[in-house]
Write a protein that binds this ligand. Structure first.
Ligand SMILES: [Zn+2]
Ligand SMILES: [Zn+2]
Length: 354
């Protein structure tokens, strides 16, 4: 089968921000089709979303499995075959494969917080992922797609939609009538916008790209702000009469975290969804005096997938407008370059089949 694999960075290679060099390309190659082991299914990939996390590996964040590893963790497809001891799922079933497999044994798993499992494994990181024609996955973790859900678009539910949905619903616990700001309108941020709007919040979307802000508006943002046109926290405090109830940072940059923090009203919540390896210096006295909650958010609990799929089916959450471009596997490096250069609107997906 064909797979787009990461072979690691050459020793001594120093990645640069905003640039993808030839050394950082995925290699599209022929590898043996995997066999599903006991308890696993083989999924024929229909689509796999292309995420900023994939770029982090190309910039030096190590994958847990040593390269070569097939990247991609936002997968939809159909069940091609079953390994031994698999029940309750059938050949031909349309499924989505959540980004992470949890252990079911640790305390987070046993308390319903399997998204922060202590022994989680992730597709395209600990194990081969979805930039390939086939992928094996534990049968217990794949989520059957209800009738009427489009196979390609549903890939987004595996991460781009589920991650911000969890942040909005479970971590920030956004309620109807609240003011919310979303900093960063990439594939994940736009879904934070539409999730918060779906729960009845008034959403202010923030991004440097007018194109992304226009899409945020189409997905339910009430206001949009571009940092290029003046200081955002000040404008947000003015628009809301003192600050938002909840701000979501979906970029992963200390200066953006700082803006999000300054946009929160006393008693409000700042939720960090973006990934950064840099430190952020925080004025703790402001946190104390204003009783601001700073909340981390990672991935999505498995219990939420049926809820999200139901909301998609009812038209309360959308998938189609989020997909800006479909790429064949051979074009995947072009898609990664778009993402690196901030040119990807919504989510780009790799698609397979006719
Ligand atoms: Zn991702
Ligand atoms: Zn666990």
């Amino acid at each position: 089968m064909r797979a787009a694999r990461f072979h690691g960075l050459p020793s001594g290679f120093v990645p640069k921000h905003g640039v993808l060099s030839p050394e950082q390309r995925l290699v599209v190659e022929e590898i043996p089709r995997p066999e599903p082991r006991a308890g696993e299914v083989l999924v024929r990939t229909a689509a796999c979303g292309i995420c900023a996390t994939d770029l982090h590996y190309l910039h030096g964040t190590p994958t847990f499995r040593s390269p070569p590893v097939t990247l991609g963790h936002e997968i939809s497809g159909t069940v091609e075959s079953l390994g031994p001891e698999v029940e309750g799922i059938h050949v031909g079933d349309p499924v989505l494969v959540p980004a992470v497999v949890s252990c079911g044994q640790c305390i987070p798993c046993r308390t319903g917080r399997d998204n922060i499992c202590e022994r989680m494994t992730m597709f395209g990181n600990h194990r081969d992922g979805g930039f390939a024609e086939y992928v094996t996955a534990p049968a217990a973790y794949v989520v059957p797609l209800p009738e009427g859900l489009p196979l390609v678009e549903s890939a987004l539910v595996a991460d781009a939609l589920s991650t911000p949905f969890h942040a909005v619903k479970n971590r920030a616990q956004v309620r109807a009538g609240e003011n919310v700001a979303v900093f960063g309108c990439g594939g994940v941020g736009l879904n934070a916008v539409q999730s918060a709007a779906a729960f009845g919040a008034s959403v202010i979307a923030v991004d440097v790209s007018e194109e992304k802000l226009a899409l945020a508006k189409a997905l339910g943002a009430r206001e949009t702000l571009n940092p290029a046109q003046g200081e955002v926290p000040k404008k947000i405090r003015k628009l809301t009469g003192g600050g938002v109830d909840a701000a979501f940072e979906v970029v992963g940059r200390p200066d953006v975290l700082q803006s999000a923090f300054e946009s929160v009203r006393p008693g409000g919540r700042l939720v960090t969804v973006g990934y950064s390896e840099e430190d952020w210096t925080l004025r703790v006295n402001r946190v104390m005096f204003r009783e601001i909650s700073i909340i981390g958010s990672l991935g999505c609990r498995s219990a939420e997938y049926p809820v999200i799929l139901k909301m998609v089916r009812e038209g309360r959450l959308q998938l189609a407008p989020l997909i800006s471009a479909r790429f064949r596997l051979e074009e995947i490096n072009d898609a990664l370059a778009n993402l690196e250069h901030g040119k990807a609107l919504g989510r780009q997906v790799a698609v397979f089949g006719p």
